[in-house]
Design a protein around this ligand. Structure first.
Ligand SMILES: [Zn+2]
Length: 432
């Protein structure tokens, strides 16, 4: 397809007007002022539209859409014990499939094509994302409260192995879209032996490590009293940083933690909605950015956000950063958008994604700029960051394939998905 005469965010995150973009074989073939030969190609009129890279959400628990609003207002331990754990014990793979499909709808409508996700029954719910036309880095974060528990005997290991097998079995069709990561839920939900084993497994298999890190102040401090080290330093001691790392939340990192993250090229996933809603605090984004840490953005799950709207998350990240640092120019609009796009793609190990660039995989979104709240379109990035709504996203494209157009998913039966999700939720409740 050719997107003709369109305003784009180029590979240097500069806005360029009147460009013609040729997408073929899943990639950006050419991005030029001149018009490519339209013969035999679909031509999309780009006037009044803005093309930018799609979002890469770097921390999510997508099947938890079905736990949206379930257990509001409870303190963490009661929320887990009385609500989440009993629900999850009855949360079948098939229900997770529908939860993930419901999440895929929200994600693609807010411009996201790829998620880093931690949950369980990876093949079952990964299939929902795959069918939706999306990409995902999936992992099952181990929880181990027994000193002698081995990762290699844990269901999280078997779940990961099953996913790796599925990826091998579907290699050509999958084409790198669904990937397996290694994952530990967190320091506080694990014992040392299992953590060491996961990190060793990740290093041996060349997998990314995904974990919750310093989400709350109490978790951070309790780790220090248990181990004499912060969660980041403890994970470093156990070998986590031999692999690429995505550390979710990072609200309470100290100077030495920042040093560890930077020296290892690790990525932090900023999850501002979840941190605010659960009263965890606000990650000092400007400090991390100024120090040179790799910043990415994630929604977290719908049980703590309560939606999966990446555009809203990016907006909130920018607003909070400015308010917190009392600086109207703390991290530019381009840099925040870059964190949510190219930054996320790199964190997911997708090096040929996240830029509108020739030869890159064509993951992009189109905004319809002919809207009252986007007029005048004087500063396009400010419009996207501070004025736009996800309903302004009129097209979401993953690997050159349109997966959502004018607010409708092309590979998901929306009516069926909403009905099945509602029904799955009710069935779990009835079984409790
Ligand atoms: Zn999380």
């Amino acid at each position: 397809m050719i997107i003709k005469d369109i305003k784009i965010l180029d590979e240097d995150f500069k806005v360029r007007e009147h460009m013609n973009v040729l997408v073929e074989d899943g990639k950006f073939q050419s991005i030029t002022k001149g018009m490519p030969d339209p013969e035999g190609r679909e031509v999309i009129d780009g006037s009044g539209k803005f093309m930018m890279p799609a979002f890469y959400n770097t921390h999510c628990h997508v099947p938890m859409t079905l736990l949206r609003g379930y257990g509001e207002g409870l303190p963490l331990q009661r929320w887990l014990q009385e609500r989440i754990f009993p629900f999850e014990a009855r949360f079948s793979p098939q229900y997770k499939y529908w939860g993930a499909k419901l999440g895929a709808l929200e994600l693609m409508k807010s411009g996201c094509v790829s998620i880093t996700d931690m949950y369980f029954d990876l093949v079952d719910y990964g299939r929902a994302l795959f069918e939706a036309g999306m990409k995902a880095n999936l992992s099952n974060g181990i929880v181990s409260f027994d000193d002698s528990a081995s990762y290699f005997e844990d269901r999280s290991y078997q779940d990961t192995i099953n996913l790796m097998q599925w990826i091998r079995d579907n290699e050509s069709e999958n084409d790198g879209r669904i990937k397996a990561d290694a994952s530990v839920h967190s320091e506080y939900a694990n014992r040392e032996k299992a953590l060491r084993e996961v990190f060793e497994f990740a290093a041996d298999e060349g997998l990314i490590v995904h974990a919750h890190v310093s989400e709350t102040k109490s978790e951070h401090e309790e780790c220090k009293s248990r181990h004499g080290l912060s969660p980041t330093a403890y994970f470093e001691k156990l070998g986590a940083f031999r692999s690429p790392v995505i550390a979710a939340h990072c609200v309470w990192l100290e100077e030495e933690d920042i040093d560890i993250m930077i020296s290892n090229g690790a990525f932090m996933s900023h999850n501002p909605s979840s941190n605010l809603k659960l009263g965890s605090g606000i990650a000092p984004l400007k400090k991390y950015f100024d120090r040179g840490m790799n910043i990415t953005i994630g929604t977290d799950g719908a049980s703590s956000n309560n939606n999966l709207n990446m555009l809203e998350e990016v907006n909130l990240a920018a607003m909070l950063c400015r308010g917190q640092s009392m600086d109207a120019n703390a991290i530019s609009a381009a840099d925040i958008i870059k964190a949510a796009t190219r930054g996320g793609a790199l964190a997911q190990g997708r090096i040929d994604c996240g830029l509108i660039k020739e030869g890159f995989r064509a993951d992009f979104i189109l905004f319809d700029m002919d809207r009252e709240h986007l007029t005048p379109d004087y500063d396009t990035l400010a419009n996207v960051l501070f004025s736009a709504q996800s309903s302004d996203i009129c097209m979401t494209v993953c690997d050159g394939e349109i997966i959502c157009k004018d607010g409708e998913a092309l590979f998901i039966d929306e009516e069926e998905t909403i009905a099945k999700a509602e029904e799955s939720f009710k069935k779990v409740l009835e079984s409790l």
